[in-house]
Design a protein around this ligand. Structure first.
Ligand code: X6L
Ligand code: MG
Ligand code: MG
Length: 165
C-alpha cells in the first residue's frame, strides 16, 4: 500500500485537494481510498491560516523516486511556491508510506519520519488504514497516544466529494 498526505492552506482549500486528486489520476496513479477532509490548526509555523488535510491510498507501478517527481510536478502545476520553510502553500503532497519500503535518500525519507507525531496526518490515515504499522505501532495506537490538545486541533469535515460540488 502507498499512502500520500495532502495539505492546503491558501486559496480554495477543498478545491485544491480535489484538483490534486484529479491530477494524480490523470497522471496514471489509481486512487483506491480517500479519507475525509480535516480542518487542522497549523503546526510548526503557527502564524498562518488553518489547513485542510487528508490522506489517500494509491496504486502505481512508479518507483518511489518517480512518484516523488510526479507529486512535485502536480504541486508545481497547482501553483505551489516556496515562500519560506513551513510556510503557507496551495498544495503539499507528501509520501507517507510505500509498500513497507524503507527509503533514505537525499530527497526522500519513507516512511515519513515524523508522521507519528502529527494529528493532521494520523487522524485521516487512521480513517483509511487504522491497522497499518508505521515505526513499530499501528496508526490507530499512535493517534491514541497523542495529547488530547493535539487531537482537538483536528476537526473532521466531510467526504471531499460532498465538499466540492
Ligand atoms: C517544533 C518545530 C515542532 C517544528 C514542530 C511540525 C515543523 C510540522 C513542520 C515543528 C514542525 C511541520 C502542515 C502544518 C506544516 C499541514 C498542519 C510540517 C511542515 N504542514 N500544519 N504545518 N497541516 N495542520 O499540512 O508539517 S509545515
Ligand atoms: Mg507536509
Ligand atoms: Mg511536502
Amino acid at each position: 500500500m502507498i499512502y500520500i498526505a495532502l495539505g492546503a492552506n491558501i486559496g480554495e482549500r477543498a478545491t485544491q485537494l480535489s484538483a490534486a486528486i484529479d491530477e494524480m489520476e490523470r497522471t496514471g496513479l489509481t486512487v483506491t481510498k480517500q479519507s475525509s477532509v480535516y480542518e487542522t490548526a497549523p503546526v510548526g509555523y503557527t502564524e498562518q491560516p488553518s489547513f485542510y488535510n487528508m490522506v489517500v491510498e494509491v496504486e502505481t507501478r512508479q518507483s518511489p523516486d518517480e512518484l516523488l517527481d510526479i507529486l512535485q510536478q502536480i504541486e508545481h502545476r497547482l501553483g505551489r511556491e516556496r515562500l519560506f520553510k513551513n510556510g503557507p502553500r496551495t498544495i503539499d503532497l507528501d509520501i507517507l508510506f510505500y509498500n513497507e519500503e524503507d527509503i533514505q535518500s537525499e530527497y526522500l525519507t519513507v516512511p515519513h519520519p515524523r508522521m507519528q507525531e502529527r494529528a493532521f496526518v494520523l487522524a485521516p490515515l487512521a480513517e483509511i488504514a487504522p491497522q497499518l504499522i508505521v515505526h513499530g505501532r499501528t496508526v490507530e495506537s499512535w493517534l491514541e497516544r497523542l495529547p488530547m490538545t493535539d487531537r482537538q486541533d483536528v476537526i473532521r469535515l466531510q467526504l471531499l466529494s460532498n465538499l466540492v460540488k
